[in-house]
Design a protein around this ligand. Sequence first.
Ligand code: SAM
Length: 208
Amino acid sequence: MSGTRTAAELDQEAAVRSVLEDFYRDGKPPWDSGVTPPELVALVEGPGALTPGQVLELGCGTGTNAVYLARHGWRVAAVDLVDRAVRQAREKAAVAGADVTVLCGDATRLDEVGVPGPYDLFFDLSCYCGIPPHRRDAYAAGLTKRAAPGARLLMFGYGLGAFDDSWSGVTADELGARFTGWQLADVTPGTNPVPTFWFTLQRAAAAA
Ligand SMILES: C[S@@+](CC[C@H](N)C(=O)[O-])C[C@H]1O[C@@H](n2cnc3c(N)ncnc32)[C@H](O)[C@@H]1O
């Protein structure tokens, strides 16, 4: 992809950021349930649970799941684009006594954020599906660069058409094409009234 961004792409990024900032400015965003999803709990505590290591959460919001991961022995870095979300996540971690590094930054520009990795696990709860399409290759490249051999990515995403716009959403085909050197290990439909999915991707055990 060319490093030159068109005016339309810049406008789209600015518009997305503005909408997100408004949600946090106006109070508690609708997605901020404070509940860790069972799909993450299964990976962390279920049969065949992963051995705790380093995890990076993309689009951490107010930090519920970053705190959960830290409490279960993971070394956690968490990133969100919106400063208010980051401040709330830091407060939540402090109140919980959880050791979480929460950074304000763009999940598609991780070189600017200070999260070198390598990470054994990436967790994304409806961040990627709202990232403008022209930034998604950079998201995939940033994770690939920071992935330990055999690393997992657990992602929840809204499907195409879930929202009233022409661009948001994610499909298994898209992830399979974009995440080169990763295997799409599982796709499980969510239980929402609109199309949603839990995706599990795994990085090759030895770098390709
Ligand atoms: C739907 S919310 C979900 C928040 C959190 N994962 C949760 O479930 O409570 C999406 C989050 O991703 C963040 N986000 C969106 N685009 C981002 C980007 N490019 N880089 C970092 N965070 C981003 C938003 O600010 C927001 O907090």
